[in-house]
Structure formats: structure tokens, C-alpha cells
Design a binder for this molecule. Structure first.
Ligand code: XMP
Length: 317
């Protein structure tokens, strides 16, 4: 019978056998899959696993710091790379969604490659590929932060000559979560909503700037924190805020404002292929709207997205 405990035991033994005394490099995203995969590898080879976590400037508020702290708690050997400035520079002037995805995907590979070259003893590349990634032969999306194998094989220079290690290849998401809990990974990490590789960049419609990223981080943080405080976070499959390039007139005290509009999105789904908008309580939406407008200067209007997928998609870009 399959149990998380037996899976951990067998997989760690298999990884020891396969990797021997060699080293593994791996990109970590803060997501469930890469974290669980890395923890299994680390159980097998300790600090000969070299994790790399990149701040691309479009992570959630405080995410870089908090995720690194969690990795530290779990005992993973991970290096955080602050590449924010590079990403903002290359994103400047780009407003097409696919151009933004490509820019982020390419920069990510560049940054990861540069770091990987410094670890010259590495012979393996760890990845958090899970079974649905294996059967999804063609992705409609650009490279994600947990680079899927079909992206990655084409992404990293072949001269690096790394062999793949993918301990979760046979598992479904719920099994990955159970294995993660078995490994003692904090449940906050295990129950995180999915988050796209291009991050907030595809939730800032049009051109991404540092200032817009900061605005969206603040607003998104208020929304996600409220979902958690009201015990609604685990009721929805994915939630986030979207910064629209639309300014409208408002009034604050006796002053006229002319500021951006924010859309809130929350959906229920099984696998992201189809999704229904979540019927969040009106009072909750009202409180979040007030909190955002009162606390985030630059946003004076909040709307709620009531579209389902299809025909809409979950992300707006
Ligand atoms: P859509 O917008 O296509 O999203 O309905 C379905 C799921 O995929 C995520 N998503 C992405 N994930 N890179 C990713 O790693 C991407 O470019 C990307 N685009 C969308 C989205 O967050 C949702 O969970």
C-alpha cells in the first residue's frame, strides 16, 4: 500500500543510490512541488543539494524573505539571489503578456545558469516535476519558476550536461502534499495557493514597473491576509489581485483623486483547467475594498471578477 511514510523511505534510498556522493543543483520557487522535491533530495544527500531561489521583483510582498526563512527552518541549503533590478530593467517598455512571460523566463534561466556555473561539482539537476506535468506534453504557458522538464531541457545550455532528478514524477498534487507533511514541512507552505512563474508581472496589466509592483504587492497582501484571517483561504483554490491600467475619479476627504483600479480574483477549481469564480461573502469583499482603498495610496477603486473559466482564464494575461 502507498503511504507517505513508505514513499519517503523508498525515495530517499533511491536518491542515495542514484546520486551517490555527487552534487545536485535545483531552482526553488517557494511552491509546494519544488519544496517537497528539494526536501526529499536533501534527506538523501544533505548540503550537497544546492538550491537557488531568485527574487525576480514580482514575488508577493515579503515572499522572498519568508520563503528563505522557511527553507532555513526545514534545513535546506538554499541561496537567495536578489535579481529584482535586472528584471525591472528588462521588463521596462514591454506590455504584451507573452513578451513579458518570455522576458521573465529567459532572465530566470540566465540568472540560474550563472549561479549553477559556480557550483562546478554539480552533476544533477533537481526538479519538482509531478505526474500532471509529465502527461501535459505541451504547455500553453511560458517557463514557470519550477522549470518543468520540457522547458528546462531546452532552457539550460546542453554543455552543462546535467542529469535530471525528479523524485515526484509519479505523484499527484494531493500525494505531494501528504509527502510534504510527512517530511515536516510547515502546513502553511504545503497549503499555499498555486502561483504562476511570471508572478505578479501577469497581474499588472500592461507594462510592469517597480512602483506598480509595489502597489500590487501591498493590495494583494491585504487581500490574502484577510482571506486567511476569515478562514476563507483554504476555501478557494487560488486568489490574487490584479492591477488594471485604468484610472478613475474618486474622492478622499475633500480631495479629488484620479487613481488605479484593482480587481480581486478568487476561484474554485480542481486542476486549473476549468474554474468557477468564488462566491465570497459581500461583507468580506466590502471590508477588503475599504482596507485597500484606505491603505494603498494609488488605488481608489476595487472591483470583483465574476468570470469563470472558460470562457475567461484565471489570470488576466
Ligand atoms: P489560466 O490563466 O491559464 O491559468 O487560466 C491556469 C493556471 O495556470 C497558472 N498560470 C501560469 N503558471 N506560468 C506558470 O507557471 C505561467 O505563465 C502561467 N500562466 C498561468 C495560473 O496561475 C493558474 O493557476
Amino acid at each position: 500500500d502507498w503511504t507517505p511514510a513508505s514513499f519517503v523511505e523508498e525515495t530517499v534510498a533511491m536518491l542515495k543510490e542514484k546520486i551517490g556522493n555527487k552534487h545536485v543543483i535545483m531552482a526553488l520557487s517557494g511552491g509546494v512541488d519544488s519544496t517537497v522535491a528539494a526536501t526529499l533530495i536533501s534527506r538523501a544527500i544533505g548540503d550537497r543539494l544546492h538550491g537557488i531561489f531568485v527574487d525576480n521583483g514580482v514575488l508577493r510582498k515579503d515572499e522572498f524573505k519568508e520563503v528563505l526563512e522557511t527553507y532555513n527552518e526545514i534545513g535546506l541549503n538554499v541561496k537567495g539571489i536578489d535579481a529584482k533590478a535586472l528584471f525591472y530593467k528588462e521588463l521596462a517598455g514591454k506590455s504584451d503578456p507573452e513578451a513579458k512571460r518570455k522576458t521573465i523566463g529567459k532572465l530566470f534561466i540566465d540568472v540560474f545558469h550563472e549561479e549553477a556555473l559556480k557550483i562546478d561539482e554539480a552533476s544533477f539537476l533537481g526538479q519538482g516535476t509531478i505526474y500532471p506535468d509529465v502527461i501535459e506534453s505541451v504547455s500553453v504557458h511560458g517557463p514557470s519558476v519550477t522549470i518543468k522538464s520540457h522547458h528546462n531541457v531546452g532552457g539550460l545550455p546542453a554543455t552543462m550536461n546535467l542529469e535530471l532528478v525528479e523524485p515526484l514524477r509519479s505523484l499527484f498534487k494531493d500525494e505531494v502534499r501528504r509527502v510534504g507533511l510527512e517530511l515536516g514541512i510547515p502546513s502553511d507552505m504545503i497549503n499555499r495557493h498555486p502561483f504562476p512563474g511570471p508572478g505578479l508581472a501577469i497581474r499588472i496589466l500592461g507594462e510592469v514597473t517597480e512602483e506598480k509592483a509595489r502597489l500590487l504587492q501591498e493590495a494583494d497582501h491585504i487581500y490574502i491576509k484577510a482571506l486567511k484571517d476569515k478562514n476563507l483561504y483554504n476555501e478557494v483554490w487560488q486568489a490574487g489581485a490584479i492591477l488594471l491600467p485604468v484610472k478613475s475619479v474618486g474622492v478622499m476627504g475633500d480631495e479629488r483623486t484620479y487613481e488605479f483600479t484593482l480587481a480581486l480574483r478568487a476561484v474554485s477549481s480542481v486542476d486549473g483547467m476549468t474554474a468557477d469564480w468564488s462566491h465570497l461573502p459581500y461583507e468580506f469583499l466590502a471590508d477588503v475594498s475599504n482596507a485597500i482603498i484606505n491603505n494603498v495610496k494609488g488605488i481608489n477603486r476595487v472591483v470583483y471578477d465574476i468570470s469563470s473559466k472558460p470562457p475567461a482564464t484565471i489570470e488576466w494575461e
